[in-house]
Ligand binder design. Structure first.
Ligand SMILES: [Fe+2]
Length: 770
């Protein structure tokens, strides 16, 4: 058996971790002699795949003849629709929490790898592209068309159609095309069926610690608890499990508990920690000035016992109107196609004691009113609508205490804790589906398809954008096939159809120009010129992202000035047919043939400045914007009760019902004792938070660009010295952000506990990689 005091040893490759063990001659061996002593960090791929076959979980070929005529029509238009008719095999009966974590990790790795191979073979994302002209590219870059009337359609916002262009496929020439025939394209879509297996790997019931095998008990003692982080009757039990696991730092096992998360903090639930997440958490992008409507609502809904806080809101609204902010999720029902007072709920089945039982997940559309202190820059929650149901009368509004209380007092204020959880649950949906999936992954994909459709590979604009597309198309296809249907839709309160409508609404209402960083900050009540004032000191995201926008824009402006020099830059931009085509295809309505992305807010580019802004935006979305809203998911979401994706009891329908909430009601509402949902909600953020390697960072891109161009002569590239100059300047500006952003991070009130460094050069990815 390994000795406890020999320190952690990382066994690579494979990242299996064990302990050193004394052997004859005083030498040590890194692998424990007994396999029971090895905490597996990752399943061996071959063993895993063979086990899938033994469990009858191998992907089965789906014959097109199995489809009805209308299904065939839909599949012909968009092969991703196949996912809707592929029935997953039944779930395995029993498993451990830890084993399921490992299986999901491996399965997602296989799914991503399959999509990458497909995109390469189909020439959508080739490892090394063959330069193509626009007409050739139009033969296989096209948009899908959502169709809510067709239950089989994938109904994601317009995205790359994996069928390529059928005419082209049928009349295939010999070169410069996908190496896949139309038949291959459909057969290769079997890869999508691999993604259907993910839910089958999640056991119907989880073995708890008591039911674990004896061998596991031994492993538990040495390598960590193989029980369930979701189990408990009190908040403390869940906190204790988390801290016990996190405390086992004497060895590393490459899993979720190696990484810090907000549950490490004793006061994770307090108002301070809650509010700061809207400045430096997973979604720092939507907090905005409170409208007159919401201020009136919070004044009108106050009860006599809320007099003190009501007075405060009234005073602020008169004397410091610009210090009242909201997180407003009140539009959820409308966006999902629901009635104003419909309950947001989704029924599901689970197994309890061997019997199938029906359960219900609930969603909420909260609204939270905040006060931003002009002196300290601290955000404080004042009042919360737990779930906006279209009117004051139909909604429950709760007010904070005034003056604010200590952390220990807050700990047992269950109604207020519940209300804050409603805000976090609403934000989970808005963050994952709107801010993350739609506003970065799907919008970026639309720009990729639009650019591919409009520019030859030799065009200057194409070459400026291309490096920011690494892996994105494959990743998005995998997300549509796996993460959305089998993770997001299994966790939220919406039904599948409501989720679809909600995503389409997010895409259709995305304000491309309004989301340019400076305009976005100004519109939401954080004018860029105030970002160094005391009021903004805690909004580190805004300070970093605004600075990044400037750095990217200066680089883009310099680079584009080479192709569109003054004094005729505006004229040359307006005359460029590729730019004109790009704007048209981005704005054009989706259609079954030759449709566009339907993004009406995409600019009609007629000037040099408009072009610089649009190109800057494409890089901004792919790089710092996605980085900032992706890589903190593990920290804030692995401890699931901080930000649960749904609730498990119906939201209270009256203030009196909410005020009667005790810990028992709070625990029942949370994903506590829901192992499957806890696992998905904690493990997927963990998988998605892997740090980009240095070779995939934006600064490495700038450095490479400089090094490639510094050696070129002008006769090789007429702009070579200038390109090297702009790349060098961009690199230096990015390098400078290391200290600049460190200072922004240090300015936040909580910097001694949480270091905000997600936009530092080594985290800032070059594209949407994950
Ligand atoms: Fe992402």
């Amino acid at each position: 058996m390994a000795s406890q005091d020999s320190g952690p040893v990382l066994l690579t490759p494979g990242a299996a971790v064990g302990k050193t063990e004394p052997v004859i001659g005083g030498e040590t061996q890194t692998w424990p002699q007994d396999p029971e002593d090895v905490p597996i960090a990752m399943w061996d791929s071959g063993t895993f795949v063979m086990e899938l076959i033994n469990l009858h979980l191998s992907p089965k070929k789906l014959q097109l003849t199995e489809l009805t005529k209308s299904e065939q029509k839909t599949v012909n238009a968009n092969p991703e629709a196949l996912l809707a008719v592929a029935l997953p095999p039944p779930c395995i009966k029993e498993g451990t929490y830890r084993g399921t974590q490992l299986a999901i990790t491996k399965m997602y790795e296989l799914v991503e790898s399959n999509y990458k191979s497909y995109m390469d073979a189909a020439n959508f994302e080739p490892t090394v592209p063959t330069p193509l002209d626009v007409l050739k590219k139009r033969e296989f870059f096209s948009f899908t068309c959502p169709n809510l009337d067709d239950p089989l359609a994938d109904n994601f916002p317009p995205h790359l159609n994996l069928a390529a262009n059928k005419d082209w496929s049928i009349k295939a020439e010999t070169s410069q095309k996908s190496s896949l025939s139309p038949v291959d394209l459909f057969n290769k879509m079997r890869l999508a069926q691999l993604s259907q297996l993910l839910p089958s790997l999640i056991p119907e019931s989880f073995l708890g610690r008591s039911a674990s095998k004896a061998a596991q008990t031994v492993a538990n003692l040495k390598f960590g608890d193989m029980g369930r982080p979701d189990a408990g009757n009190t908040i403390k039990e869940v906190e204790d499990y988390q801290r016990r696991e996190r405390g086992k730092s004497f060895w590393k096992r490459n899993d979720i508990f190696d990484l810090p998360n907000i549950g490490d903090l004793i006061d994770w639930y307090t108002d301070e920690r809650f509010a700061q997440q809207f400045f430096t958490g997973t979604n720092p992008t939507t907090i905005e000035l409170a409208s007159d409507f919401w201020i009136k609502h919070f004044l009108d809904s106050a009860q006599p016992e809320d007099a003190k806080i009501r007075t405060k809101i009234e005073k602020l609204s008169k004397e410091a109107r610009g210090s009242l902010y909201v997180q407003d999720y009140s539009y959820f029902r409308e966006a999902a196609g629901m009635g104003a007072s419909d309950v947001i709920k989704c029924e599901y089945e689970y197994v309890d004691n061997g019997k199938k039982v029906k359960g219900t997940r609930y969603g909420v559309a909260a609204v939270c009113l905040f006060h931003l202190s002009e002196d300290t820059g601290k955000l404080a929650p004042l009042a919360i609508v737990c779930d906006w149901r279209g009117s004051k009368e139909n909604s429950v509004t709760i007010y904070n205490q005034e003056p604010p209380r200590s952390g220990s007092d807050q700990a047992v204020d269950w109604p207020w804790r519940y209300a804050k959880t409603c805000v976090q649950t609403s934000d989970w949906l808005q963050h994952e589906v709107t801010v993350h999936l739609t506003n970065t992954h799907l919008i970026e994909e639309a720009t990729i398809v639009g650019v591919q459709w409009s520019f030859p590979d030799t065009h200057f604009v194409f070459q400026l954008l291309y490096p920011h597309w690494q892996k994105t198309l494959a990743l998005n296809a995998a997300a549509r096939g796996t993460l959305v249907p089998h993770v997001i839709n299994e966790l939220i309160g919406f039904t599948k159809e409501q989720s679809t409508r909600f995503t389409l609404h997010a895409f259709n209402s995305f304000d491309f120009q309004g989301r340019y960083a400076p305009e976005d900050l100004r519109r939401r009540g954080f004018p860029p010129e105030t970002l160094n004032d005391a009021r903004s000191r805690n909004y580190a995201w805004a300070r970093c992202i605004h600075s990044m926008w400037g750095k990217i824009r200066r680089y883009v402006e310099g680079m584009l000035s080479l192709e569109y020099p003054q004094p005729n830059a505006d004229r040359d931009v307006a005359r460029d047919p590729c730019i004109r085509d790009w704007c048209e295809i981005m704005q054009k309505d989706p259609a079954f043939k030759d449709g566009g992305a339907g993004l009406k807010s995409f600019p009609t580019i007629r000037t040099f400045d408009q072009l610089v802004d649009a190109v800057t935006m494409c890089i901004h979305i792919a790089s710092p914007q996605h980085t900032s809203i992706n890589y903190l998911q593990n920290y804030y979401q692995a401890f699931v009760i901080n930000k649960p994706p749904c609730l498990y009891t119906p939201p209270p329908v009256s203030r009196a019902e909410l005020m009667a909430y005790k810990e028992k009601e709070f625990v029942l509402a949370l994903p506590i004792n829901h192992p499957k949902e806890w696992l998905l909600a904690s493990h997927i953020p963990y998988l998605l938070s892997f740090k980009p390697g240095d070779k995939e960072s934006l600064i490495q891109y700038a450095c490479s660009k400089y090094n490639v161009y510094k050696a070129k002569r002008r006769d090789e590239d007429r702009h070579a010295p200038e390109i090297a100059g702009y790349a060098r300047k961009f690199y230096t500006e990015l390098a400078d952000s290391e200290l600049e952003f460190k200072k922004f991070g240090r300015d936040t009130f909580d910097s001694s506990v949480i270091t905000y460094d997600v936009l530092s050069p080594s985290w800032n990815a070059v594209s949407i990689l994950i």
